[in-house]
Design a protein around this ligand. Structure first.
Ligand code: 1AE
Length: 410
């Protein structure tokens, strides 16, 4: 028999956690057990959930990792694969559908069976594939985010693209709030940016990927992606959570979608931050994004404007690159409020398989976005060579101006 195992953290001042675990294991599978006649129990046994472990943390024992002074238990329950189809919606409905609303309970992790995982080819490119497309085998990548694009026409957008590209960035992504609009319709936007990318490459000698935002009704996404690719899009940006993991899986496993997909975490803050409710960041933005096929995954960093605790960040990274899954790894992209002064910390936490991603930290450079890109690359180079930024900046005016603007000289 094959099972998928869910681990939950359940908070309750008085509950009998063993009974609670049994009631979930039965309630979310066969519905009732002891009331069944023995002959029916034999028939239903293959569908019955199984409690694997219940570890209780009493507030007095000093090992409490949750909110101080709270009583909780970490509970693992296995669900027979035979109960659900091999898709993420069916999995999530089984392990956390109704019970996500039943008191203080958070889904921490899922251990998925080989049978379930066999339906998931994972990222088409992954870290290695994206590196090959860019011909950047080792160093951390640099991604720039279009900013202030709403209300811009194609000329304005092209100008912004060129400024970013000439700074030497590896990837440029649409802002996630850029939807289909009359001023910069998808195909025209892609063509304008494709031409600008070609022009910039003649000057910088560097390839870059442009991730165009897929938006609108779910039923239009595939066709949009194909039109974008036909027009020259070299990557896609997708707001996974408002649509659902299954939509990402559909796109990423489509043989005609032949470019990397960057997953944006918009809406994730409604799901992971509470210690008591929702789904852990590492499962939501790590394991499930990777299984569903994201080549790059954005998430708030521990350092910038929208912050997430460092341990949670590193747990996401682990899920994105862990060799426990036999699929390609996804590029971690810690984001939001990133500026060149943070680069040594990012590299120290994430290593070299990371995408340094910035919007304001590039466009807000006092000498413009091209200087912003250069300042980041200089910071990456300095950090890789173990040179303190303050020291490197003495001969690098773009980096010096960035450090003066955002700090990080020490
Ligand atoms: C966590 C997502 C970050 C994002 O999408 C974004 O636009 C960041 O912009 P900046 O770098 O904070 O300006």
């Amino acid at each position: 028999m094959s099972y998928c195992t869910a681990t939950y953290r359940i908070y309750d001042d008085k509950a009998d956690f063993h009974r609670k675990a049994e009631s979930i294991a039965i309630g979310m599978t066969v519905g009732t057990w002891t009331e069944l006649p023995l002959i029916k129990q034999d028939e239903m046994r293959r569908h019955l959930g199984r409690v694997e472990s219940v570890t209780i943390h009493e507030p007095a024992d000093g090992t409490d990792n949750g909110a101080a002074g709270e009583r909780y238990a970490d509970v693992s329950i296995s669900y027979p694969d035979v109960n659900f189809t091999s898709d993420i919606p069916a999995l999530l409905i089984t392990v956390f559908g109704k019970i996500s609303m039943d008191g203080k309970i958070k889904l921490l992790d899922l251990k998925l069976s080989d049978a379930f995982l066999s339906a998931y080819p994972g990222p088409k490119f992954g870290i290695q594939g994206v590196r090959e497309l860019l011909d950047v085998p080792h160093r951390p990548l640099l991604m720039s985010i279009f900013k202030s694009v709403i209300g811009y026409d194609l000329g304005g957008l092209r100008e912004q693209f060129m400024a970013q590209a000439l700074g030497g960035v590896d990837l440029i992504k649409d802002d996630e709030i850029l939807f289909e609009n009359l001023l910069t319709p998808l195909e025209q936007r892609v063509r304008a940016c494709y031409e600008a990318a070609q022009e910039a490459e003649q000057i910088t000698g560097k390839r870059l990927l442009y991730a165009v935002n897929l938006t609108g009704r779910t039923s239009t996404l595939r066709e949009q992606a194909l039109r974008a690719i036909e027009a020259g899009a070299s990557a896609l940006l997708f707001n996974v959570l408002p649509y659902g993991f299954d939509v990402l899986h559909e796109l990423s496993s489509d043989p005609e979608i032949t470019v990397p997909i960057a997953a944006h975490p918009s809406l994730a803050g409604a799901i992971y931050p509470s210690p008591h409710y929702g789904i852990s960041a590492s499962l939501l933005l790590g394991k499930l994004m990777r299984i569903a096929g994201a080549d790059l995954v954005l998430f708030p960093s521990p350092y910038g404007s929208v912050v997430m605790p460092r341990e949670e960040n590193l747990a996401i990274q682990r899920e994105l690159v862990s060799s426990e899954l036999a699929i390609r790894s996804s590029f971690p992209v810690p984001s939001a409020g990133i500026h060149p002064g943070l680069v040594p910390q990012i590299l120290s936490d994430f290593g070299t398989d990371v995408v340094v991603n910035a919007g304001g930290g590039i466009h807000g450079h006092p000498n413009g976005a091209s200087s912003g890109g250069r300042a980041f690359l200089q910071a990456i180079d300095a950090a890789l060579n173990g040179v303190p930024l303050e020291q490197a900046a003495q001969s690098l005016p773009e980096l010096m101006a960035a450090l003066d603007t955002w700090g990080g000289r020490k």
